[in-house]
Design a protein around this ligand. Sequence first.
Ligand code: SAM
Length: 280
Amino acid sequence: MSQIDSLPPLRDVIDSHGIAAKKSLGQNFLLDLNLTSKIARLAGDLSACDILEIGPGPGGLTRGLLAEGARKVLAIEKDSRCMAALDEIAQIYPGRLQVINGDALEINPLQYLTPPIRIAANLPYNVGTELLVRWLTPKEWPPFWSSLTLMFQKEVAERIVAQPGSKAYGRLAILAQWRCDARIALQLPPEAFSPPPKVHSAVVHLTALPEPRFPADAKKLEQLVARAFNQRRKMLRAALKGVAPDIEDRLIASGIKPTDRAETVSLEQFCTLTRNLSAG
Ligand code: SAM
């Protein structure tokens, strides 16, 4: 294994700072610094960017991001046991790592960051999905970030990149793909983590598009898609009953058969239907 910095191996850092993994915080740490550097490279050119990292833990990905040349990393970590380890990293990269001890769901990081901003994280499943949905549904587009490089359990990663006609296709795919290019950049087996989780994981890389792929009002599209997939086994004429008195006609006018199910409707068709419904 090649050295990426002058700090001790992550296993020693975890031992010396007493950061035994806690289940309650979803702690499955990456210990291979070559792997964390590889994930950092997946985030793209970091040298001209500020990076927001959520959940740095003992700092494996943080070290990868800094070794790969990130201009600045702002790391938000809930577990105060990690602060001393993160401080050691800050000392060998003067002025480039700022750490906040707090809950990423409650902190607005914008005041600490200068664009362009990329986001990178290996987060617990629940927090990761909630933050992803927030990042994908900002008040204005383009958002404050230019790319997201995020570790998820494989099943969630597949939902983000899913295409119509597959079981994984749903609200998350539409939210992600409407205004981003989304792809699975790396798959990881449980053994890549300590302790190993029960499931496989994958890194998803999303790049914000300057404009949505197809025009539609964001709130209306989100509501329509949530409703359509809420009863994904039902035909759309039933699932969307009550959305408009003439919903069958509107489906047909949008190129959708009223007997189709949500999981076969393309992103473009959902946008067309949203515009049709907005037209009154
Ligand atoms: N990034 C490290 C790595 O790759 O080894 C740690 C990953 S571990 C899966 C998730 C990290 O997120 C833990 O360090 C955990 O304490 C932190 N975390 C969990 N919930 C959080 C929250 N709401 N806000 C900030 N950090 C959180």
